[in-house]
Design a protein around this ligand. Structure first.
Ligand code: SIN
Length: 553
């Protein structure tokens, strides 16, 4: 039998979106050995699909105070103001740093503006009182990811392991070691060979992105399975505010083009949401009934309004109307979206764009400080899988790419400052860290994986979506309990595959969302439970924390 392999690094980063690569980049500055593990190819991630841009105060008519105030307002009383201020104020430096690495943001001149043509064009999105969204056309995430991939590829002390999926974290409490819970690394499956090895390091940073695939309809790519939150939870990390799932109001509604985002930046340029009048069939505006900011209201308000209009009219979608702009302007400002819509037979300059809400972003996650540190020694979390307190109960548009650039740097600095301490906690207990698969047999039960995956996504959409009630949440809880039991059984019986690992993570995250939703006895931000009223955001509100005791008995 082949000997179980242990690979030693100084630092491990799990995930290769903007947050993960930014963290690896800053960690690598020390010259130490950094490993990045990523499930598919290096740039297959949520960050790459981000269209709108990066919210950042870059204009003399804007202020940090205003950006902070907009973030707190959207967050419905649940943001950590200290974290918000620190991240917002660190924004301009982070932007300048990525520009120095080669990122190109769109200037006003490129869009044909003659006044101040060299300044960056600043877009506007829902909940922002000012124009403050830096963008690279309408593919900002792809541009930032391109730059970070190129940068990381050029660093000799960073090894990128593509098609490697982390299965679980190696933590002292699960190994039966008493004292503070410490993270030593992760068990990793090399998807191509099927081999599982243990990767050890002084620090492990989770940068695993979002969990949109927990829901039937999502803007997220297939990799967004909530694996960071699920692994950290199983290791004993505190998980916060998982009830706050953001549904993006405007995903293209089309029979074959799935999950395509129609950026909020369109509404920033004056696009208006409409639904068809039941009597005349004419498209009519409706957001004035819901919020003074109308189509540019915070996302939770807009998604709920669309949900309610679709129910009222019985229609399967609503529409975005941006026909007040010329084709030339739209092609120039939104080249990617324009082309995709054309592919769908929609010319944005002449036609309404049919849209529906879909799961987009997890505002909760692994609880961290603004330096990414978790409650487990040596374990850090950055990006969407982390909950720093920036987003509160509803993320302000385009704040996440900002967070993905600022917090990983702070995390890397904290790790470097504590390196000697973190390194010294490596135990000499390597044999205990081997992976055991029990009585593994080949899984001929792939149908079970596909079926469970599908079932979870459907009931999460129906019962734990934009509109929740206690009864629906209880129903979802009963379903997930059964499924989780089934998964745990074949998890230990069968050879571990990437599909099985992802299904197990999806199920864990679904349960965390359901449990957190059941714990919150109010409606707030993105968590709307029809059995409870919305309370004043100013009223004191507490994080929903779920933590598992993983000490071995
Ligand atoms: C968008 O472009 O609408 C998405 C921006 C975001 O989710 O922050």
């Amino acid at each position: 039998m082949k000997k179980h392999e242990i690979k030693q690094f100084d630092h491990i980063v799990i995930g290769s979106g903007l947050a993960g690569l930014t963290c690896a980049y800053h960690l690598a500055k020390s010259g130490r050995k950094v490993a990045v593990f990523t499930k598919r190819s290096i740039d297959e991630c949520n960050s790459r699909l981000a269209q709108g841009g990066v919210a950042c105060v870059m204009d003399k008519l804007d202020t940090f105070d205003e950006h902070v105030a907009d973030t707190l307002y959207a967050g419905a009383g649940m943001c950590n103001e200290k974290a918000v201020r620190a991240i917002v104020e660190a924004g301009p430096a982070a932007i300048n740093e990525i520009i120095a690495l080669g990122a190109e943001f769109t200037t006003r001149g490129e869009l044909g503006h003659t006044d101040d043509p060299n300044a960056f064009d600043l877009g506007r999105e829902g909940g922002h009182g000012k124009r403050r969204i830096l963008h690279a056309g309408d593919i900002t995430g792809a541009e930032l990811e391109r730059v970070m991939v190129k940068t990381i590829r050029s660093l000799k002390n960073v090894s990128v392991f593509e098609n490697h999926i982390a299965i679980d974290l190696v933590v002292s409490h699960r190994l039966g070691i008493p004292g503070t819970n410490r993270c030593f690394g992760a068990y990793v499956l090399d998807i191509a060979s099927g081999e599982i090895f243990t990767a050890l390091a002084a620090s492990t940073t989770m940068a695993c992105g979002g969990a949109g695939k927990v829901y039937l309809y999502t803007s997220n790519p297939d990799v967004a399975c909530g694996s960071g939150v699920a692994m950290a939870y199983r290791a004993g990390a505190k998980i916060a505010n998982m009830e706050f799932i953001q549904f993006h109001p405007t995903i293209l509604y089309h029979p074959t083009i799935r999950s395509f985002l129609i950026s909020e930046a369109l509404r920033g340029e004056g696009a208006v949401l409409k639904c068809r009048d039941k009597r005349t069939g004419e498209p009519v505006e409706f957001m004035q009934k819901y919020h003074p900011m109308q189509s540019l209201a915070p996302r939770d308000v807009v998604a709920r309004a669309i949900d309610s209009e679709m129910k009222r009219t019985g229609e399967e979608c609503v529409y975005l109307d941006i026909r007040h702009h010329s084709e030339e302007t739209l092609r120039r400002r939104f080249p990617n979206i324009f082309a995709k819509c054309l592919e769908a037979g929609i010319n944005m300059a002449h036609d309404l764009i049919p849209v529906v809400p879909a799961a987009h972003f997890v505002c909760g996650g692994i609880k961290t400080g603004i330096n990414g540190a978790t409650n487990i020694e040596g374990l850090y979390a950055v990006g969407e899988c982390a909950c720093t307190g920036l987003h509160g109960a509803n993320r302000l548009a385009s704040n996440s790419l900002l967070e993905a650039m600022v917090v990983p740097k702070a995390a890397a600095e904290d790790i470097e400052a504590r390196y000697e301490t973190l390194k010294s906690i490596h135990p000499d207990r390597r044999p205990a860290m081997n992976w055991t698969t029990g009585n593994a047999t080949d899984s001929d039960e792939e149908i079970l994986i596909a079926h469970n995956w599908d079932e979870i996504r459907r009931f999460m959409w129906d019962y734990v979506g934009i509109y929740r009630t206690n009864k629906r949440l209880e129903r979802a809880k009963n379903r997930i309990k059964l499924i989780r039991k089934e998964i745990e059984k074949y998890y230990w019986d069968f050879i571990v595959t990437a599909d099985l690992v992802e299904l197990r993570n999806i199920a864990t995250v679904a349960e965390l969302i359901i449990d957190s939703s059941l714990k919150r006895k109010e409606s707030r931000g993105l968590h709307y439970n029809a059995d409870y009223p919305f309370l004043e955001p100013e009223l004191e509100c507490v994080d929903t924390i779920i933590q598992r005791d993983v000490r071995r008995m």
